[in-house]
Design a protein around this ligand. Structure first.
Ligand code: HEC
Length: 186
């Protein structure tokens, strides 16, 4: 646990250090100084988030059961396609639907920290022992998501999910709950 806390605070410290040299740059106004690594992480995640959302919305247009199939096929394909040039993207959760989404080991301590403190639901930069950088953002459950991750699933959805994901832990969430995280390592 100690190492995990060190990793997390290292990320926080990086944010502070990066703000230092620009502290007298008034052109930024009163806004928070952004760590360049945080910016890079957000930039790397942007197409991933956009493509997942498009796949979901296209699937939903054909009905939720078809959308489950779309997520099952498309999500891993999008991860594979966008994990290039030394950057690896993914989604993870403390309650996984697909066990293959577990992610690298630095991810779960951050999820635990998010769960422990809702006020800390901001993106984080994590300096990894490998010298690489991790960037992570919380994913909050929205009403649309409850169709397949909520507490009260329609029978045809529950059945399709049980067929495809026999070990599904990704249900029972309420709107506003932490569903999981987007992460990228670069
Ligand atoms: C049509 C059903 C459906 C809807 C609606 C849906 N999801 Fe999912 N979700 C899935 C399926 C299926 C997977 C597993 C995909 C895979 O195999 O990687 C999944 C996986 C995930 C994961 C990856 C972690 C895990 O448990 O495997 C996250 C995070 C997630 N969904 C968040 C959301 C959010 C946030 C929304 C709303 C914006 C949402 N989902 C809407 C079906 C859905």
């Amino acid at each position: 646990m100690r190492m995990l806390i060190t990793l997390i605070s290292a990320g926080v410290l990086t944010g502070v250090a990066a703000a230092g040299p620009q502290a007298d740059d008034y052109t930024m106004g009163a806004s928070r100084q952004v760590d360049p690594k945080e910016e890079r992480g957000a930039e790397l995640l942007a197409p991933f988030k956009r493509e997942l959302k498009n796949a979901l919305l296209e699937g939903m247009a054909a009905g939720p059961a078809a959308a489950i199939d779309a997520c099952k096929l498309e999500a891993p394909a999008i991860v594979a396609r966008l994990s290039t040039d030394g950057a690896i993207v993914g989604r993870s959760s403390h309650r996984l639907r697909n066990p293959a989404n577990a992610g690298p080991e630095w991810v779960s301590p951050v999820i635990a920290a998010y769960l422990a403190d809702k006020d800390g639901w901001q993106p984080r930069v994590i300096e990894l022992d490998s010298g690489r950088t991790g960037y992570i953002e919380p994913i909050v459950l929205q009403p649309l998501c409850a169709t397949c991750h909520g507490t009260d699933l329609k029978p045809e959805i529950a059945e399709r999910l049980a067929e495809l994901y026999p070990e599904d832990l990704g249900t029972g969430f309420e709107v506003g709950d932490l569903r999981g995280v987007f992460w990228v390592e670069f």
